[in-house]
Design a protein around this ligand. Sequence first.
Ligand code: PDD
Length: 289
Amino acid sequence: MTTRINFNGEIGPDAFISVLDHGFLFGDSVYEVVVTQNGLPCFMKEHLRRLRNSADGLTLTIPWSDEKIMEQVARTVIDAGNSESYIRIIVTRGMGDLDIDPTSCSNPELIVLVTELKNYPASSYEKGINVALVSIKRNAKDTVNPGIKTGNYLNNVLAKVESNHMGAQDALMLNHQGHLTECTTSNFFFVCDGRVQTPSLSCGILAGITRDVLLQLAQENGILIEQGEWPPESLAKAEEAFITGTVKKVMPVTHLDGKPVADGQPGPVTRRLMRLYDSALEMEGKGSA
Ligand code: PDD
């Protein structure tokens, strides 16, 4: 496994950031996680759009063009030379005064971290995972909006710690209205009465790129996915559940709070959507999507 880090254009095995960078001091940064297929970064246009949108949400101006960022990503991927890559693109506020006010930071930093893509074990896809409903709430939309992907993930870290204590692989969070939102680094879907349902963006979630691709694939293939607001009680009747994310792809959730979802096996709708998403990734790897 080779890890290469590109720090403002300089590539090396590691990189060191100033402790005066507000990304370090206050979590004042934004990031994206991208994976490659056949060595090509997948859904790059969508990730860069979301990176800019997140930066806008923090009034952080990204001074580099998409082409410039893509060039740095390509250089780093080639330099690392892994067969498939995990790519983390980070833009921090940059160095400034030891003060929360970001106006003293005039030079954002661009970091592109590339390492070997480690897939989740096959058993996670064959048997599914256990997700726990945790007491930690997803951030309210009028705090650090969950719709923007900032470098401040502490709420999700706490949710993950809680799910670890509950013996689960991930945590499902509610919002302050008591509606289902998402997991710590993935979006959540469930199937009830044969209908696929997922919390809408208005619940306060990240607009996942995998989620978007899946919504589109479902539409093209005649599978209806409803977006809405659901209390956790709706999960009592769930026939299937799954999560989506760039690294996890489409992963079945066969246990909720340790109790089986229906027969505790990945269901037919989940399996179909897993296949559809794998085909979409293959297309990305051919550069033809
Ligand atoms: N996480 N929700 C949250 C809170 C996330 O952090 C992520 C992504 C998603 C899924 O988004 P996407 O399909 O675009 O990956 C949903 C990345 C993978 C991470 O932080 O590692």
